[in-house]
Design a protein around this ligand. Structure first.
Ligand code: ATR
Length: 285
């Protein structure tokens, strides 16, 4: 790893969010820049509601090469950009901005980051697979879109509020076969699916003993994936593993959404192992 220095040539990056002080993106991306030997730096910016437009002007004015954008700005941001990538337009949210000589281009790397992590960590080939997604919020929309684009043959979406599942299924139906169901219908279809993805916040710290569905329905035929990464292995995944399923934790999605951002900004392959290492270390501290 090269020596780290900041000087008048340093290329600037950051993350815009509210709240943002808990973000692991700065340690992950700064480690990636060092690993790649780039003179670049990444910081967290607490952007309050009502100030996002000025902050985006700041990207241009200050010549930042790129930013990530997180809650609650991912949708509003879209109105201040010059161009929006097709995937981000489909999902209706942007989490990564590339500044191409003053022209700001928006991408969404959450869904594709999720799928890349799922495939690399479990070896699953999504073509022809049947998927059950739990939850129908913003995260589910990005994940569902990416799964459909990667060849999932059929997606059921189960949600506490059934109407939202039906709404998301109507949208996904443009890309694959999709159906919205209530949580009470999960037991009837779980025997037919290959992959189950928790897109809800159920099981997240501090509610670590909660699970998003009846885990006695899980078995060896399933790959079970959880977007929650605090804790790194949720009770849902622990139960699934005990029943013989292959499991996939949520940290990979975070790492790979950052890896895609790094690749869009620099044109270089992301140093995934170093990025994962520094984030895992930070969880132990
Ligand atoms: P995100 O952007 O993280 O997806 P969101 O858009 O607020 O967040 O979506 C949260 C998802 O988790 C929703 O599907 C929500 O279900 P509802 O649509 O019924 O609200 C689900 N969710 C959150 N808490 C839940 C709980 N305790 N039990 C079941 N589902 C829950």
């Amino acid at each position: 790893m090269s020596e780290w220095k900041l000087d008048s040539h340093t290329i600037m990056y950051g993350v815009f969010g509210d709240p943002v002080r808990h973000s692991k993106s700065p340690i992950m991306l700064n480690r990636a820049f060092r690993e790649a030997g780039l003179n670049a730096a990444y910081a967290a910016f607490h952007i309050l509601p009502g100030t996002l437009k000025d902050a985006v002007s700041g990207i241009r004015a200050l010549g930042f090469r790129g930013v990530n954008v997180t809650i609650p700005h991912k949708v509003e941001l879209m109105s201040y950009l010059d161009e929006i990538d097709e995937g981000a337009r489909e999902i209706g949210a942007v989490n990564t901005v590339v500044n191409d000589g003053g022209r700001l281009i928006g991408y969404n790397t959450d869904g594709i980051g999720y799928v890349r992590s799922l495939k690399e960590e479990t070896g699953i080939d999504l073509r022809g697979k049947r998927v059950l997604m739990l939850g129908a919020g913003g995260a589910a929309r990005g994940v569902g879109y990416a799964l459909a684009k990667d060849g999932a043959a059929r997606i059921w979406i189960a949600n506490r509020t059934r109407e939202k599942a039906v709404e998301l299924a109507d949208y996904l139906a443009r890309h694959t076969e999709a159906r919205g169901i209530g949580m009470d219908e999960v037991a009837g279809i779980v025997g037919e699916v290959d992959l189950i993805v928790n897109n809800t916040s159920v099981g997240m710290h501090p509610n670590v003993n909660e699970v998003p569905m009846d885990t006695s329905l899980l078995g060896e035929r399933h790959v079970v994936s959880d977007l929650v990464y605090n804790p790194l292995i949720t009770k849902f995944l622990n139960d699934a593993k005990a029943r013989g399923a292959v499991i996939h934790g949520g940290l990979g999605m975070f790492i790979y959404q950052g890896a895609y951002a790094f690749e869009y900004w620099t044109g270089l392959p992301a140093p995934i192992a170093a990025m994962r290492d520094v984030v895992e270390q930070s969880f132990k501290e």
